[in-house]
Design a protein around this ligand. Structure first.
Ligand code: FES
Length: 178
């Protein structure tokens, strides 16, 4: 398991936070305690349904890099709009689509490339800050997780009755009402 993997616990009641989180505010679903969680340019991993979920608050430089990518050059083509509900926030499953390792966050540059993103050192898989496969053996982009915004500062991953789709998601889909 990656050293970066971390399970977040509520600072007030110590309950595991695996369900509701916020872009800048994080609300515990058990006791309702809200605390500052992620800032621009920051990256976090949380556990959701026993899977590592990557949360990245993308800054302007990251947005610019991914907007300049030629979509037709990608093995698994997807526009930025197809990968995120809001341009500044990536939410995806942090499991490499090659053989299932957990890629590491590269805040400066992915080895051999001129942009930040995710790097899977096992076999050299590379993904941009939208989780799109850029290089190496992975056949697909990082899979997405179903989520919805509760309001401007909070999002919900899954619902109590809905855990995911029957197939892997590589382009964003609406979260069905449970
Ligand atoms: S498991 Fe990630 S590149 Fe092979």
């Amino acid at each position: 398991m990656s050293k970066e993997l971390q399970l977040l616990n509520c600072p007030q009641c110590n309950a595991p936070i695996d369900y509701v989180l916020g872009e800048t505010l994080f609300t515990c679903k058990y006791c309702g305690y809200t605390f500052s969680w992620i800032k621009e340019g920051e990256f976090r991993i949380i556990m959701w349904r026993k899977q590592p979920i990557f949360i990245l608050k993308r800054n302007s430089e990251m947005l610019e890099k991914t907007n300049r990518t030629d979509i037709s050059s990608l093995r698994d083509p997807a526009s930025p709009e197809e990968r995120v509900k809001r341009p500044d926030l990536l939410v995806c499953i942090g499991i490499c689509t090659h053989l299932g390792c957990i890629p590491s966050w590269q805040p400066e540059k992915i080895p051999g490339l001129d942009q930040p993103g995710f790097y899977c050192p096992c076999h050299g898989g590379k993904y941009d800050t939208l989780g799109r496969r850029l290089d190496g053996p992975p056949p697909e982009n990082l899979h997405l997780v179903p989520y919805e915004f509760i309001d401007d500062s909070k999002l919900r991953i899954g619902t109590e009755k809905f855990a995911g789709y029957s197939e892997n998601i590589r382009k964003i889909q609406e979260l069905p009402k449970a």
